[in-house]
Design a protein around this ligand. Structure first.
Ligand SMILES: NC(=O)c1ccc[n+]([C@@H]2O[C@H](COP(=O)([O-])OP(=O)(O)OC[C@H]3O[C@@H](n4cnc5c(N)ncnc54)[C@H](O)[C@@H]3O)[C@@H](O)[C@H]2O)c1
Length: 269
């Protein structure tokens, strides 16, 4: 039984999808949660990012699970907004122990070299710099508790095995791995663990929209690379959330610098 009673978590990109499922899973184990999302459209994407109503629905879902939640509108490209969310965790929930750097975006250029500079920059800014911003805002607060903590980055199987046409996404997700290894080493002495999960195709609005579905159907080699050898229809956000929660728990207390692949075997192919 995973017990996070008395712990405080902060989840980015928590208005829906994997982030929302993670906030609920952490709350079900007893953690209080600051749920954050940017609550407006990210420019240049061909699908919608989450709304303020989505973020409010996450708060309601956490409370329905018996948990305590505070919401903060945070664009992970904005370090000051992240600092404000961390301050909320400390002032209203009593500290910060767990951070899940989950916010992310997707785009599907015709090829990696034909990605527009805007597609490239948005990807690097949100996924890579956004995760770094999340860490640099949160780590001082975790250190202030004096009791260690856990950071989990949501990577992707795109960081494990190449997928055609989305090299910008793979580059950003691979960048997280360098970040996590350095942070894991630097923070080990303070008992702050830093790990990553790498989900394969998971049913969320990032993957279930016309642009993503067109990419899966038409880009050469994608459908085969994403196929799941295990006899399941698709992975759900909760499948990722439960792994994130385990990594955050004392059951994983000596695991740091690790990357956990959750893909029903897809990258074995
Ligand atoms: N769904 C998949 O198949 C899959 C596979 C591998 C990795 N991932 C990763 O999982 C994470 C969650 O994605 P998801 O599948 O739940 O998709 P999603 O689009 O449902 O959720 C992503 C959330 O991040 C938020 N977000 C986007 N840009 C932001 C910003 N600048 N600041 C703050 N929040 C921002 C969105 O509003 C949204 O709520 C992402 O990092 C994604 O790359 C997803």
């Amino acid at each position: 039984m995973i017990d996070l009673t008395g712990q405080v978590a902060l989840v980015t990109g928590a208005a829906r999808g994997i982030g929302r499922a993670t906030a609920i899973a952490l709350a079900e184990a007893g953690a209080a949660v600051v749920v954050t999302d940017l609550s407006r459209q990210v420019d240049g994407l061909t699908y919608s990012t989450a709304t303020g109503d989505d973020l409010a629905a996450t708060v309601a879902a956490v409370e329905a699970a018996g948990g305590r939640a505070r919401a903060a509108v945070v664009d992970v490209r904005d370090h000051d907004a992240l600092l404000a969310a961390v301050a909320l965790a400390e002032s209203e929930l009593g500290g910060l122990d767990v951070v899940v750097a989950n916010a992310g975006v997707a785009s599907w250029p015709v090829s990696t070299w034909q990605a527009t500079p805007e597609q490239w920059q948005t990807m690097i800014d949100v996924v890579l710099t956004g995760t770094w911003n999340t860490c640099r805002a949160a780590i001082p607060a975790i250190l202030r508790t004096g009791r260690g903590g856990s950071i989990v980055m949501v990577g992707s199987t795109a960081a494990v095995k190449p997928l055609p046409t989305i090299g910008h996404y793979a580059a950003a997700k691979n960048g997280l791995i360098g970040l996590l290894k350095s942070l894991a080493l630097e923070l080990a002495g303070d008992s702050i663990r830093v790990n990553a999960v790498h989900p394969g195709g998971t049913g969320t609005e990032m993957t279930e929209n016309p642009a993503a579905e067109h990419w899966q159907a038409t880009a050469r080699g994608v459908a085969g690379a994403l196929a799941l050898p295990m006899p399941i229809h698709r992975m759900e956000p909760v499948d990722v959330a439960l792994a994130v929660r385990w990594l955050c728990s004392s059951e994983a207390r000596y695991i740091t610098g690790a990357q956990l692949v959750l893909d029903a075997g897809a990258t074995l192919q």
